[in-house]
Structures are given as C-alpha cells and as structure tokens.
Design a protein around this ligand. Sequence first.
Ligand code: URA
Length: 235
Amino acid sequence: MRLNKFLSSCGVASRRKCEEIILEGRVQINNKVVLTLATDVNEKKDVVSLDGKVLSLPNDFVYLKLNKPKGYACTSSDERGRKTIFDLVESDVRLFNVGRLDYDTEGLIFLTNDGDFANMVTHPRFNIEKEYIATVEGEMKESELAVLRKGVVENGVRMPQAKVKLLGYDGKFSKVSVVIDEGQNRQVRRMFDCIGKSIKLLKRVRIGKVVLGGLYRGKTKPMTQEEIDFFKDIK
Ligand code: URA
C-alpha cells in the first residue's frame, strides 16, 4: 500500500495532507526517515511511525450518513421503549451516533466506530457548522431574524449568534435556514421559543461541508473519502 494511503487509513489526515507530513520528514519506516512520496508499505511487516509514535491500521472504520426520520431516538436503547436510529441501520460492527438530534428532529447524522472522528465533528473547539431548515408557523419578520442572528437572551443568558436566512413564506409557514457552530441541547428550538415562535419541523441538512443531499428518510449511505477527510483535515 502507498505510504500516504497507509497514513490516512491510520486516521492521521487526508492522503493529500499525509504527503505534506511525509515531506516534513516526520514519518519513519523501520526507523528510517522516508521523504519519497512514492514509497510502498508492507502493512504486515513494516513498522511505520509518525513523530516517533508507531502507527497501526484500525480494524476497518465505518462512516455512515443517516437521514434520521422524526420519531426516532438517538440512543442505542431507549428507556421509554421508543424506536431508535439503530433500528434503521444494518451493520456487522457496533456503531455509535456522532452528536444527537432530538426525537422530533429529522435529517443528517453520522454513525461510526471511529472515536477520533466523532470527536473532530463534535468538539466545540473545531466550530463545525451545522445547518438546519426550520419550518415555522406564520411569517417571520426581519426584526425577529435579526434577534436570532445576534443571539437570543434566554433566562438572562445570551445564546450563541447564528447565521439566519429566510428561505420563503407560503402564506402559512416560513422556512428559515439556521447555521450554528455549537451543539447545545435543543439549541435551535430554544432560539425560536425565545422569540415566541414554534417550530413545526426541524431538519438538519448539513454538517461542515457534508450535505444530506437526496438521501431518503430512514436510509443510510457510506460517507465518501472526501467527506471523511474534510473532518480529518481540520486538526
Ligand atoms: N437543535 C435543536 O433544537 N434540535 C436538534 O435536534 C438539533 C439542534
């Protein structure tokens, strides 16, 4: 296997970034620094290290996108006996969800067995954007959108700012795009509660650069290498 592929499979970074790491002289094979990108690794015999730390290939990480439907809990077993997102997933390996969506929220959520990846996606330090489409009763006024953008005040505490855009109003419901980079509990619903608006439907459509796209409700799809690398490159 090519060295950059080996490094990226070990979870170091994307293949492109791994090439930079090789050229920086940080990688050794069998205790010798390797600077040639076109180097092959024998995964069974060679000892590869990065910054002096020996690397090993994981037992095949799995990365899935799920379009979570409304009415499913993000837990492996629900104490109230409700349906869970794991009822929708067939996998030979044990997976966990990366972050959560409320029982009544639908849309994009990742499932994986790679703890480092989950940490990259959810750690507040990395400020990964999450975009939601909120369907709200009535017409949203510009003044209300401005309050959401600035950060609503809830019980005397200002909630984080958000990017907020009105997508349309059909005479009954407004559709609003809300982009946040924190993951506080029920954050979007609480924002709208604070301005007296109730959300009829909340759907997550994007995490970082990864979009829900045309994935059907209740279906999963493996993430592409490019989608996985987006998060690995953030380090
Ligand atoms: N904000 C919410 O209010 N609910 C979610 O499920 C996610 C973000």
